[in-house]
Structure formats: C-alpha cells, structure tokens
Design a protein around this ligand. Structure first.
Ligand code: ADP
Length: 515
C-alpha cells in the first residue's frame, strides 16, 4: 500500500488521497471490478491513472469527452507516462499507429470515445491488445435511466466478453441514482458490494433558487461579483445569444458556447474563459463536461434544466478548488415548457419519455421546496444529509405560517374534481374562474368553487407547486401531470397533520387585516 501512496506523491504530487480514491484503487489492484460514485471534482481520474502505472498491461479508458481526453493525455505525457487517445479527429493511419503502440505495450493508457466501439473492425482489433484494466468514465451513460444515455456504451459488455483474459473494470460517475447504479453494476459485471460511494455533499456550494425578474437579478449579481469567473447556463442557443448580447451591452466581459457555433469559435471562446480573459461563459449544456477550471465562483442557471442529475453536475462545476461558491437557479415557470418541448420532440420510446417527464417534475419541485436545497438534492441521490445552513432555504428567515386550512381547501378541491386534472385547472376552480372548461365540466357547482377567490391563480398554482414539492400530492409521469393526493395529503384532509410554509410577513399582515 505504501507503494501506492508513494506513487501518489511522486507522480501526482499529492500528499493524501481524497475520500474514496484509495478504496477504489485497492479494489482494482486486487483485480476486483468496482463502481466509484464521486462528485464532480472529487478526483475520479486518479482512480484509474494511478493503477495504470502499476499494472503490466494496458489501461483502456472509455470517455465521451473528447476535450478531456486530449487534456489528460497531454498531462500524462508531461508526467512522462506514455498515453494516447483515439477519436474521430484522427485519420485511419494515425489510428492504426496508436493501436500498434498499444499492441506492442508501448503505451500505458489508451483513451477512446465510445463511438469507436460501434465499429466491428475496431472491436476486432481490440482483441489483440493486452487490456488489463478497463476504465469506464461517465459510466451513467450506459444506463437508459441516466440523463445522458449513449447507446454505444452498451457495446462495452460485448467487448468485456470478447476479451480472452477478462480485464478488471472500474466504472466512474458523478451522477447515479440507485436505479442507474444498479444498471451499471449489472451491465458491467460489477459485484453489488463493490460500490464506493463518497458523500455527494458539496460543502463549499451555496445553492439558491431565485424567483422574479431574471435579467435584472443576473446583471446585479454579475456587477456585485465583478472579476469573479462563472458560468451562466441557458437551455437554448437563442437564449444563450440573447444573454450574451445583454451582458456585452452592459460591458460585462463574456464568451458564449453552444452547438450552433463552429468548432474553432467554440474552442477559442472556451480558452478565453479558461484563461480568465473573460469573466463569464454563457452557454448551453454543450459546455462544461470535462472542463477543468478550478476557480469558477458561480454557476447560474438562467433557465431550469431538465433534471436534477444535470443540474447537480452543471452546478458542481463551481468551486472545484473547494472555496465558497454559488449555485443559483433563476426560476420562471415558462422555462419548464422549453424542457417539456425537448422531451416531446425526442425520438425516444414512451417509457423513456415518461421517466424524463417525471425527472422534469422533480426538478421543478426543487424550485418550490422549502427544504434545505443541498439536502433535497442529496435525497434525490439516495443520501441523507444535514441542513447545509447556507442555501437560500436555510437562510430564509421569513415567518413560518400555518397553512393547514388553505392546504385542506386545495386537497378537497382536487378530490372533488376526481384527481384527474392538473394544477392549472384546480387553481381556476379554487379562484372561481369563469373559464369555459369550468362550466363545461360543471366545476362551478362544486362546493370548492371560488373557495380561494381572495387569491390570484398564480398564488394558488405556487401553493400547489409547494405542496407537491413537500409531498402532499403525487404526480403522474404523463406529459400533462395530473394531481393525485398522497398519503401525506390524506392525513392533512383528515386533520391529522399540520402544514406550514415560510412566507413574507407583509403578505400575512395583509391577510390579517382582511380578516
Ligand atoms: P473528477 O473527474 O472527479 O471531476 P478530477 O479527476 O478531474 O475530478 O480531479 C479534480 C481535481 O482534483 C483535479 O485538479 C485533480 O488534480 C485534483 N485531485 C485529485 N486527487 C487529488 C488528491 N488526492 N489530492 C489533491 N488534489 C487531487
């Protein structure tokens, strides 16, 4: 074991391992297959790079990130470790030459993109390479339940079974729900007990959800944090362009990055950001995978992403150096429609789409919960945690109001409507709207019709969102989510449970005046 520590110091220059690293490396050295689940910035690369130096044979690294591959190979070469990559940027002759080096044992690590595995010829070739360790980076891409499924990853099991002398397998990911982790274990022949999962909490990140005027918040934030590097994510190319020009107009130095730009533009903009020539990178989610910039002080999502896995991964690009950093979601209900549209348009099958709709709802609930935000995310990944004491919910010092009566009104309305409708229509009934649908369904004859007419429809839908996030309703995984009452909700209807909510004191006072 001392040899491993010495190597860590000597080759990588680190005095100690980060959580999880040593456990993963030990298992690899015992030729046990292992799955490592560590947060972004947790130090996954060393988990296969270090064993690669100790092993006789080759370490084959599967990674979907072309930019990361090149960076890692460059830095390994600088350290004097012979390594190479193969991806679509190479011609056949170059590719064959690198394969030859691998066959002859002249390189220790070979990085390949998963798409290579699609070629039968390439798979054939791999049979002649003495692979001792197979490292699968971004391993969640193998699971249909992951947020970034790549069909070519499924070829991996084929490769594993084709190789005569079965290599040891190490799968690594920063985002795996229990469902995804199970898939990885099964597809890559990893024993159930060989999971190394380090805490997912990112203690240096302050999570915040901000509702209200997004542009002015963004501009004020950037002004107040002048000189600090950060990323602003948006969902569409058009919105990236709009925000980019908005910042430019306000003399904030920014670069942009999205799939509609050519490769040269993208890489030069990326460099401007990496080398601190601009303060802000405005980008779609095409930017960031494998970007190793440690001093990112904030990640702001100007539009809600499609699921919590992506959100946590993207937000996690802030503060990789361990210093305090912000992860801010600017929330506007309309932005959900963009994500909804992406799912509608995708060509995936219905089961997959349903799971995507569900994930979007869970993402939406994050914006409405009053639970500690870090805790909320960790729960989603199956981990319990203490309250972080620094997110916008932990720091929310508004008064706690008892909203049991309002909650009962909403629940009984949903019940009377047969639990077959979404929050929009429920809010209309409760506020006494004269919408045609209401009369058509005869909802104006319900006893709950107009029961909350002192509130706006928006206030009521906000309340429903809050109640959903807190678990009083269950949502269907259909395209248009229907509200059904959960067992927790039934307890409230039965008067067995109180419901509270933090809300602005001024609002409460207004209502007190009315009473
Ligand atoms: P991940 O792939 O998990 O996002 P990386 O492997 O890129 O993370 O590592 C993130 C950063 O942490 C890198 O700058 C890396 O050099 C550094 N790092 C990794 N292991 C250690 C360690 N044991 N001690 C100190 N720094 C480390």
């Amino acid at each position: 074991m001392n040899q491993i520590k010495e190597l860590l110091k000597e080759r990588f220059g680190y005095d100690s391992f980060r959580t999880g690293q040593e456990a993963i490396i030990e298992k690899i050295m015992r030729q046990e297959n292992v799955l490592g689940i560590m947060p972004t910035g947790g130090g996954k690369s060393i988990c296969y790079q270090l064993p690669a130096l100790l092993l006789e044979g080759l370490t084959l690294v599967i990674s979907p990130l072309i930019s990361l591959m090149k960076d890692q190979v460059d830095s390994l070469n600088e350290m004097g470790v012979p390594a190479a990559f193969i991806n679509s940027s190479l011609n056949n002759a170059e590719m064959n030459q690198r394969i030859r080096l691998a066959v002859d044992g002249k390189i220790k690590l070979l990085y390949i993109a998963p798409e290579r595995l699609e070629s039968a010829e390439f798979r054939q070739m791999l049979q002649h390479v003495p692979i001792e360790l197979l490292a699968v980076d971004e391993a969640h891409c193998i699971s249909q339940w992951g947020h970034d499924f790549r069909p070519s990853y499924l070829r991996l099991s084929e490769i594993i079974h084709q190789i005569d002398h079965a290599p040891t397998i190490v799968a690594l990911t920063a985002t795996a729900t229990e469902h995804v982790a199970k898939d990885i274990l099964q597809l890559l022949d990893i024993p159930q007990d060989n999971q190394v999962k380090t805490g997912f909490a990112r203690e240096n990140l302050s999570f915040q959800v901000v509702k209200g005027a997004k542009d002015s918040y963004l501009l004020e934030y950037l002004k107040a944090n002048h000189g600090q590097a950060g990323i602003v994510y948006a969902s569409t190319r058009k919105e990236v362009d709009r925000l980019y020009y908005l910042l430019k107009d306000k003399k904030i130095t920014a670069a942009r990055y999205h799939g509609g730009m050519n490769e040269q533009e993208r890489s030069s903009n990326q460099e401007d950001f990496l080398f601190d020539r601009v303060q802000v990178m405005v980008a779609t989610n095409a930017f960031g995978m494998g970007i190793n910039k440690s001093n990112v002080r904030f990640v702001i999502h100007a539009q809600i992403p499609g699921n919590l896995e992506s959100y946590y991964q993207e937000a996690g690009r802030a503060g990789r150096d361990g210093l305090p950093s912000d992860a801010i979601l600017l929330y506007a209900p309309n932005d959900l429609q963009v994500q909804q549209f992406f799912i509608d348009q995708s060509e995936s099958d219905i089961t997959y789409k349903q799971s995507e709709y569900m994930k979007l709802r869970e993402m939406n609930q994050y914006a409405h919960t009053q639970m500690c935000l870090q805790r909320y995310i960790l729960r989603y990944f199956g981990e319990d945690a203490k309250e972080c004491q620094q997110c916008s919910n932990c720091l929310d010092d508004r008064e706690i109001a008892d909203i049991t009566v309002d909650t009962q009104k909403v629940l009984s309305c949903v019940k009377r409507m047969g639990e077959r409708f979404g929050k929009g229509l429920v809010a209309k009934v409760l506020t006494g709207s004269k919408d045609q649908k209401i009369t058509q369904w005869k909802f104006d004859q319900l006893s709950t019709y107009g029961l909350m007419k002192d509130k706006s429809q928006k206030e009521v839908t906000d309340l429903i969102d809050y109640l959903t996030a807190e678990g009083y309703f269950s949502l269907s995984d259909s395209q248009y989510p229907l509200l059904t009452i959960s067992s927790l909700g039934i307890n409230v209807l039965l008067g067995k449970q109180q419901v509270t909510r933090k809300q602005a004191a001024v609002q409460k006072r207004e209502r007190d005046d009315e009473l």
